[in-house]
Design a binder for this molecule. Structure first.
Ligand SMILES: [Fe+2]
Length: 286
């Protein structure tokens, strides 16, 4: 396995955005020669995954999918979130037919899952441009901690804050496995392709990114809400709002994000303001 170039790892701000939103997107990242080669493989039906649990380094030999996954930027994302050689879970080529008369219901994938700290990622790869009328994958930012069973939420439509993936060719969406999403209706006369692969971590998901910018002295920022707000402050990122959250503060999600950030950093004292520390005040257990 090739070594990772630290310059391509995610930084702490990007990780914090992933924790807060449940996704990261990178528009137009994959070059057109790979995009074209992947679409040819989709048309030929030659993309073959592997048995669940196979190390990713052993998957997609000889395929343009491997060229995409081996791009240093994408290897850096994967390493930052699920480690150096995560396990293949499953993949899928999602095709939306031209002028399709229906859309997919809102859902979360394969949530028969009692884990809390560890998480899978799903990489969604859009090999051609996706305009709004073509649909694209829709995600609900920040929904990844609201664990639901598959299509339980399919009755919900047009949630405030939803994000349709409208993007140039070669775009990448990396999702936390719990995020609510769906495939939207394709109203164009062209087929729409999206390739998805799910990966399981094979090592503790702790400090796998480039932590050079990780602040250790959070206490100095504890009262940040009383002063000027720096949008690049990790505590500010982790406190960011979504329009569908509870009125005013979205405190439940801030607590969930703090728990995840503590796991990722190994810093059990981290907090945003006082939201989680307050809940740990349990004298009955002393
Ligand atoms: Fe899905």
């Amino acid at each position: 396995m090739k070594t990772i170039d630290r310059n391509y790892l995610l930084d702490s701000r990007q990780m914090a955005h992933f924790v807060a939103d449940g996704y990261l997107r990178f528009d137009g990242l994959v070059p057109d020669e790979i995009n074209q080669a992947v679409m040819a493989e989709i048309d030929a039906g030659t993309i073959k995954g592997a048995p669940a649990g196979t190390p990713l380094s052993q998957c997609y030999t000889g395929s343009a999918i491997k060229q995409m996954l081996d791009m240093p930027e994408i290897r850096g994302m994967i390493h930052s979130l699920v480690g150096a050689d995560p396990l293949f879970d499953h993949d899928a080529v999602h095709v939306r037919e031209p002028l399709e008369g229906k859309a997919q219901g809102l859902h979360a994938d394969s949530i028969i899952d009692t884990r809390w700290e560890d998480f899978d990622i799903q990489i969604m790869y859009f090999p051609h441009e996706v305009p709004l009328e073509m649909g694209g994958t829709l995600v609900l930012p920040g929904s990844h901690f609201r664990r639901v069973n598959e299509m339980d939420i399919a009755g919900y439509q047009n949630m405030v804050g939803q994000l349709p993936m409208v993007c140039p060719a070669g775009s990448i969406l990396i999702l936390h496995h719990g995020i609510w999403h769906c495939g939207r209706q394709n109203k164009t006369d062209q087929r729409r392709y999206m390739f998805k692969v799910r990966l399981n971590p094979a090592e503790p998901q702790q400090r796998l990114w480039n932590t050079d910018d990780l602040e250790e002295d959070y206490a100095a920022h504890r009262e940040i809400f009383a002063g000027p707000v720096d949008p690049n402050d990790i505590q500010v990122i982790l406190a960011k709002q979504q329009p569908w959250l509870e009125y005013a503060t979205g405190r439940l999600e801030i607590v969930n994000r703090v728990r995840m950030w503590r796991y990722l950093t190994g810093d059990d004292n981290f907090d945003v303001h006082y939201w989680l520390t307050r809940l740990e005040n349990r004298p009955s257990r002393n």
